[in-house]
Design a binder for this molecule. Structure first.
Ligand SMILES: [Mn+2]
Length: 277
């Protein structure tokens, strides 16, 4: 039995990559029927696909299920992200029953107005230093092996001292957390300037619903790590759901991804508490 909700918001599905958790997403979609379905960017990962395509049967089924919903009268909107930015040229165009829009305002059942954007334009890294984002992972792995090599060399040369990878990783976490705060703050600022009650975005793979001075910041998370989605209930209430094994569960805590394989959830929480204090 599927539950009827007013709207479903999904982002960062990254179809076409090995990381895409299409099976979990199919389980989630089986649980919810809605009047509106919003795809909030990075749905198909054209960046990764240019290096090699991973297209599974489940990913195919995801696309078919979405098309089917559109055909059956659900309002399906696709807001392109940076990994599917080629679609931005088609803002305002409909493909079959799916409307491509570069941004959108969703009016919830309770009358609140939400700005829908992917959010990469508020990410200072991908905006001004795209190569940093692309090279980041490669550079990190390279640094780790370099560190191992250096330690080996130091040991063999009997040199004292050790360049701490742990220290490096800690600094990196701090950078990652402040990156998330900066992103959230600038998105909220933009929503407020435009007189919105809230903003719904994706991009940083960090799902959360937060209220900041009367503006609701909502991030849909992703379907690579956290398997999270936002639903609007029939009364306009927004809820963050996490697709656990076989069933969706309510997510009370911010769902965080591990950046560079380091879990940030506890750190995010404690830093947020400090910041709020
Ligand atoms: Mn993105």
């Amino acid at each position: 039995m599927s539950e009827r909700v007013r709207a479903i918001f999904l982002s960062d599905i990254h179809l076409g990559t090995r990381g895409c958790q299409a099976e979990r997403l199919l389980e989630f979609l089986r649980c919810y029927e809605s009047e509106y379905l919003y795809l909030v960017g990075d749905i198909v990962d054209f960046w990764a696909m240019s290096r090699g395509i991973v297209w599974t049967a489940q990913q195919n089924t995801v696309v078919q299920k979405i098309l089917r919903r559109a055909r059956h009268g659900q309002h399906v909107f696709l807001i392109p992200g940076n990994h599917d930015e080629a679609l931005r040229e088609y803002g305002g165009v409909s493909f079959g029953d799916i409307k491509v829009v570069n941004e959108h305002v969703h009016i919830a059942a309770d009358g609140r107005r939400y700005l829908l954007i992917h959010g990469d334009e508020f990410d200072q890294v991908t905006r001004y230093h795209r190569w940093v984002a692309v090279l980041g992972d490669v550079a990190y792995n390279w640094l780790v092996s370099l560190n191992n090599g250096l330690s080996w060399l130091r040991r063999h040369l009997k040199r004292p001292g050790y360049w701490s990878l742990a220290g490096y990783a800690k600094r990196r976490i701090k950078t990652a957390v402040s990156f998330i705060f900066d992103f959230e703050d600038s998105v909220i600022h933009a929503a407020r300037e435009r007189g919105m009650d809230g903003v719904i975005c994706g991009h940083i793979h960090s799902a959360v619903i937060r209220e900041i001075d009367g503006v609701t910041y909502i991030n849909c998370g992703d379907w690579v790590d956290s398997c999270t989605a936002i639903v609007e209930h029939l009364d306009g209430r927004m809820e963050l759901l996490h697709q656990a094994d076989g069933q969706p569960v309510r997510q009370e805590e911010p769902a965080m991804v591990a950046l560079a394989d380091l879990s940030l959830s506890s750190l995010h929480k404690s830093l947020r508490e400090k910041a709020d204090a």
